[in-house]
Structure formats: structure tokens, C-alpha cells
Design a protein around this ligand. Structure first.
Ligand code: TTP
Length: 191
């Protein structure tokens, strides 16, 4: 039997690069267009899981022969969810909230093969140093925060703000590689 096609249900360039890092090159990139609004009272790990599953299912519905992988990254500080900052002012607000404290990054990853779903959620704790207004303004001016949950990217200049992480660096960037490879192996998919 020939190997099924692998489809990455994501528009995130980071997810493509992270898969490439472990030698996985999807046959197709087919982003899912789903409503990412949190449900009332939904916890960050449940949100990350639900959205990863919804993205994977949406794409599997139109590609039933493929192995589909999808993910979702959710940043939270205390009880607040920090989605993608809409503009510079919101990015500044987010960085002020993250300054000098710990926050959590949950990344859900879901794989669908032959209608069967498997899913994992990775949790990482990130400590950001106390940030001065000048540091925040200089970072926000780079535009690096755009399109990234929480208003920063650990893989860019904001990496210098990160004192410590406990968990998975690639999961903060958008895809927990250990869990992803486990899930793909679990459904019998090999590069
Ligand atoms: C916290 C953090 C997030 N991110 C990115 C990863 C994700 O691309 C993004 C979170 O948004 P997501 O909604 O998880 O993903 P996406 O909209 O980029 O792509 P798609 O829904 O099509 O799969 O934030 C970083 O790149 N670095 C970081 O340090």
C-alpha cells in the first residue's frame, strides 16, 4: 500500500519549518478556516485542544484519504487569554501584562487518519523578565509580534526577554515536535 499524503492544516510558516526540522515535509499545506472564538469559561488547554481538533477535522472532511495534522497555540496569563494582538497598542498592552511574570503556552496538536482522531496538548511555562517601556516599544516597532499569539515570538528578538521556559520550545513556536511525531507514528505514518 502506498503512503497516504500528509496534509498540514495550517497557515503558520513556523509549523512548516518545525516539521522540516524533523524531516517531515507535508505533501500539501491546506489551512483550515475556522472560528477561533473561545467558549464561555473554556480553559486554555481545552481551547487549544478544541481548535486543533476543529482544524484537523475541517480539512480531513475535504481530504478523507490523507493524514491531516493541525495545531493551535494559546497564550494565557493568570485567567486572561492573550490572542494575536490586533495592533501595536494591543501588543504593548500584552507585553506589559507578560512583563516580570510567568505565563503559560498551550499547544494542541491533532491528527486525523481514516476518520480516527488523536490529539495531545502540550503545556509550557514561560518566564519573561521585567520589561522597560523602552524595551517594549523597541520590540513592538519591529513588527515581529504580528500573527503570533500573546504578542511575541520566542524565536525572534523577544527571545532575549525569556528568562526560563519549562516545557517545549517548539510548542511555544506553534508545534510540539515530540507529541506530533508520536501522534503520526501512532497512526502508522512514517516520513
Ligand atoms: C507564543 C508564540 C506564538 N507563535 C505563533 C505560533 C502560531 O503560528 C501563532 C498562534 O496562532 P494559531 O491560531 O495557533 O495558528 P495560526 O493562526 O498562525 O495558523 P493556523 O491556524 O492556520 O494553523 O502564534 C510563535 O510563532 N512564537 C511564539 O513565541
Amino acid at each position: 500500500m502506498s503512503r497516504p499524503e500528509l496534509v498540514l492544516a495550517s497557515a503558520s510558516p513556523r509549523r512548516i519549518e518545525l516539521l522540516a526540522q524533523v524531516g517531515i515535509r507535508p505533501d500539501h499545506i491546506d489551512p483550515a478556516d475556522i472560528d477561533e472564538t473561545p467558549l464561555k469559561g473554556e480553559t486554555p488547554p481545552r481551547l487549544a485542544q478544541r481548535l486543533a481538533v476543529s482544524k484537523a477535522r475541517a480539512v480531513a472532511a475535504r481530504r478523507p484519504e490523507a493524514v491531516v495534522v493541525a495545531a493551535d497555540t494559546v497564550v494565557s496569563v493568570g485567567r486572561r487569554l492573550l490572542e494575536k494582538a490586533a495592533d501595536e497598542a494591543e501588543a504593548v498592552r500584552f507585553l506589559k501584562l507578560l512583563s516580570g511574570r510567568n505565563h503559560r503556552v498551550h499547544t494542541g496538536v491533532a491528527v486525523v487518519r481514516d476518520g480516527r482522531l488523536s490529539v495531545r496538548v502540550s503545556e509550557t511555562r514561560v518566564s519573561i523578565k521585567p520589561l522597560s517601556d523602552a524595551e517594549i516599544d523597541a520590540y513592538v516597532a519591529t513588527g515581529d509580534w504580528r500573527g503570533k499569539a500573546g504578542g511575541y515570538g520566542i524565536q525572534g528578538p523577544a527571545g532575549a526577554f525569556v528568562q526560563r521556559i519549562v516545557g517545549s520550545h517548539p510548542a511555544v513556536m506553534g508545534l510540539p515536535l515530540y507529541e506530533t511525531v508520536q501522534l503520526l507514528n501512532g497512526v502508522g505514518w512514517r516520513p
